[in-house]
Design a protein around this ligand. Structure first.
Ligand code: NAD
Ligand code: TDX
Length: 327
């Protein structure tokens, strides 16, 4: 698998280790977002980390030659970074995915591609509609455009070359070990530092939250039982405005509900994401284990409180990037 030293990839490795007998080789470049300590405590005879780039042809070919399946999580994943500099997004998300697809084609390897609901663009705030696998692609940012492009590459490799691949598009994840650049960990660690949370624009933008462990369980289900060539949407009916999320964090951490600031909005900021996951639920029998967002958020807050040594080294650089962007 790729990207296993990142937030969701490491959740998936832990999930595989706990619930299957599979051996896992993690290919991860350990960018600013990758941290080998996310894999600490896992048995060396089950999980091996190879530090390298998914756009490195020779390395990828050698690893794919020995794999029964490729599960592809590695990506440049943060919208704000893609607005500051799209270059690594094109390289990793497009060229990297292409490199993996070519190796999987040569070795006839089962492939699962991890993607995002952002490929569908955004929905209006009061619209009852949700994204389905039939929603047309309409990405807004350099990040989501490169993820959309990578999905289309996978679809073409299925149709033109008979690659045995599936795709999943998931909504916003939360949970332990998420980089402090993302909304929830940024605000939790701000509050721990005595700094007021920051909302982009009005704060009315809606995201559909799912715990990373529920995402991992869904990916394993698709890998084991998904139909080849199909796209599955992953979401847990967790729609909340950013304002609601920030106010939940404030309440759970004992701060006043208005102790936040509005800051410069994200250019091109998507209004609302919402996932219709009925295909995944009905076809593959998946249901989320974390039905209660507030309880999952409280556990996530506890994790950041207890693991300052993990997030502290990231914090100053992430905030310096935000200061430069006016956020
Ligand atoms: P992350 O930024 O936490 O981790 C990305 C990992 O990929 C890191 O370990 C990094 O070192 C690695 N990586 C980056 N470039 C690489 C390269 N060129 N070669 C090898 N490794 C490289 O990301 P995440 O939030 O865990 O997201 C994982 C995947 O899930 C991504 O594909 C993302 O698009 C998708 N996704 C994320 C979310 C979310 O809410 N975070 C939601 C839906 C889908
Ligand atoms: O300080 C902040 N204040 C704020 O209001 C930050 C960091 C974000 N926001 C807003 C922007 C978004 O509306 O919160 C929302 C969530 O922001 P991010 O955590 O940056 O996530 P988002 O842009 O929604 O993208 C995430 O979900 C889909 C992941 O980063 C992507 O990898 C995934 O594909």
């Amino acid at each position: 698998m790729t990207g296993g030293a990142g937030f969701i990839g490491s959740s998936f490795v832990r999930f595989l280790e706990a619930s299957t007998e599979h051996e896992v080789v993690v290919l991860d470049a350990l960018t600013y977002a990758g941290d080998p300590s996310t894999l600490e405590g896992l048995p060396a005879d089950r999980v091996r980390l190879v530090v390298g780039d998914i756009a490195d042809d020779e390395l990828v070919d050698a690893l794919v030659a020995e794999a029964d399946a490729v599960v592809h999580f590695a990506a440049e994943s943060h919208n704000d970074n893609s607005l500051a500099d799209p270059t690594p997004f094109v390289r990793t998300n497009l060229v990297g995915t292409f490199t993996l697809l070519e190796a999987a084609r040569r070795h006839r390897t089962r492939f699962h591609h991890i993607s995002t609901d952002e490929v569908y663009g955004d929905l209006a705030l009061e619209d009852p509609a949700k994204f389905t696998p039939e929603t047309p692609y309409n990405p807004s940012s350099p990040y989501s455009a490169t993820k959309a492009g990578s999905d289309l590459l996978v679809r073409a490799w299925v149709r033109s070359f008979g690659l045995e691949a599936t795709i999943s598009n998931c909504s916003n994840n939360y949970g332990p070990r998420q980089h402090v650049e993302k909304l929830i960990p940024r605000q939790i660690t701000n509050v721990l530092d005595g700094v007021r949370p920051r909302l982009y624009g009005t704060g009315e933008n809606v995201r559909d939250w799912i715990h990373a462990d529920d995402h991992s369980a869904a990916v394993l289900r698709i890998l084991e039982s998904g139909r080849i060539g199909e796209t599955y949407l992953i979401g847990a009916d967790g729609e909340r405005s950013n304002l609601e999320v920030v106010q939940s964090i404030l309440r759970l951490m004992g701060w006043e509900p208005d102790a936040f600031d509005h800051v410069r909005d994200r250019p091109g900021h998507d209004l609302r994401y919402a996932i219709d996951a009925s295909k995944l639920r009905e076809e593959l029998g998946w249901t989320p284990a974390y039905a209660d967002f507030e309880a999952g958020l409280a556990a996530t807050i506890d994790w950041y409180r207890a693991n300052e040594a993990w997030w502290r080294p990231q914090k100053a650089e992430a905030e310096a990037k935000y200061a430069r962007a006016g956020h």
